[in-house]
Design a protein around this ligand. Structure first.
Ligand code: KIV
Ligand code: ZN
Length: 375
């Protein structure tokens, strides 16, 4: 992969599967991994091998499926977890330990010295077994900055290949991430990944800030799935990088919608209609002003062409709709009312919409049929 391309590390099958309410079978995980590979992600975090026998089976199958993407598995900074990754035939492990005081005190019940020692040991242990190692300092953005840098420097010395900065509870800002990435890069001289959660809706903005400050990679998920409010959405991150920052990547953007649908159906989590890029409404238009503009030149109200992400533009009838939009909708079905008929159709459907009813395309066709038949 050319160095200036932003590396896309997909964690739909690990952090995404940790979304409350999501469970998939090993077979479904393998199928999703194939779709991610077709999409062009650079790395797939296939799962967390130690958690169950089914998870181990899925990760091992994915590791041996001959995918183009690098396949990786999650492991706490614990020998048994790294051994489980090795048993899955993984060549690449993502190992982590928390570095924030709140996690060390209330979860790990370990001192800073113990955490530092455990982090270094985990990296050395994985390297001794010939693995590529990405090290994450969980809750990095709420960690004491000097201690965090000490841990990252120590794991770099111990042979880590990449370091990841998790914004575990989505608590950071683009400004803070910018400073932090520069400091971590200076201290480790390693490729840096961003792993941003969306608790304040800033996961994509924070990931992009990281890339602009020198990070090489972002951990993302399809549909923004992940713990609580989720992770940075792959679709939003990639399209913003490409369209707003002119950065390159290996994603086949035309497959984004299809992949999003597949993951949504398989994992059983519906995408909100107004979600950027992949939500049902992202390329839908109702208001007369907007449809008029879009019919004349789609760029008036669409920042990108829907085809770029595997979608189609669509228009909606309703109380905000105007004659241009309704005419365009009817023309799609070969229906060409005259001006007077068109006016009547628009008014009729507005009257229905005023009663709080959504107008489907088939209802619009029925209204048009009646009007044209009776006039
Ligand atoms: O959010 C997080 O901190 C994680 C770690 C396991 C990297 O998912
Ligand atoms: Zn996470």
């Amino acid at each position: 992969m050319s160095e200036e391309k932003v590396r896309i590390f997909d964690t739909t099958l690990r952090d995404g599967e940790q979304s409350p309410g999501v469970t998939v079978t090993p077979e479904q995980k393998v199928h999703i991994a194939q779709k991610l590979d077709e999409l062009g992600v650079d790395a797939i975090e296939a799962g967390f091998p130690i958690v169950s026998a089914g998870e181990m089976y899925a990760v091992k199958t994915i590791a041996n499926s001959g995918l183009k993407a690098e396949v990786c598995g999650l492991a706490r900074a614990v020998d048994a977890d790294i051994d489980a990754a090795i048993k899955c035939d993984l060549k690449y492990v993502h190992t982590f330990i928390a570095t924030s005081d709140i996690h060390m005190q209330y979860k790990l019940k370990m001192t800073r010295e113990q955490v530092l020692e455990r982090a270094v040991h985990a990296v050395e242990y994985a390297k001794k077994h010939g693995l590529k190692v990405e090290f994450s300092a969980e809750d990095a953005t709420r960690s004491d900055r000097a201690f965090l840098i000490k841990v990252f420097s120590a794991v770099a010395q111990a042979g880590a290949d990449r370091v990841d900065i998790p914004d575990t509870v989505g608590y950071s800002t683009p400004q803070y991430i910018t400073e932090l990435v520069k400091e971590v890069k200076e201290a480790t001289r390693l490729p840096i990944s961003m792993h941003c959660h969306d608790d304040f809706g800033l996961a994509v903005a924070n990931s992009i800030a990281g890339i602009n400050a020198g990070a090489a990679c972002a951990h993302v998920t399809i549909n923004g799935l992940g713990e609580r409010a989720g992770n940075a959405s792959l679709e939003e991150f990639v399209m913003a990088l490409q369209c707003l920052y002119n950065k390159k990547h290996n994603i086949k953007t035309q497959l984004l919608y299809e992949t999003s649908k597949f993951v949504s159906n398989t994992m059983g989590i519906i995408v909100q209609p107004n979600k950027a890029i992949i939500g049902e409404n992202a390329f839908g238009h109702e208001s007369g002003i907007h449809t008029h503009g879009v019919i004349n030149n789609p760029l008036t109200y669409e920042p990108i062409s829907p085809e770029l992400v595997g979608r189609k533009r669509w228009l909606q009838a309703g109380k905000h709709a105007g004659a241009h939009g309704i005419r365009a909708m009817l023309e799609e079905f070969g229906i060409n009312p005259n001006e007077e008929q068109l006016h009547m159709i628009v008014e009729k459907q507005k009257n229905i919409a005023d009663k709080g009813k959504a107008i489907t395309t088939s209802e619009l066709l029925t209204i048009a049929g009646e009007v044209m038949h009776n006039s």
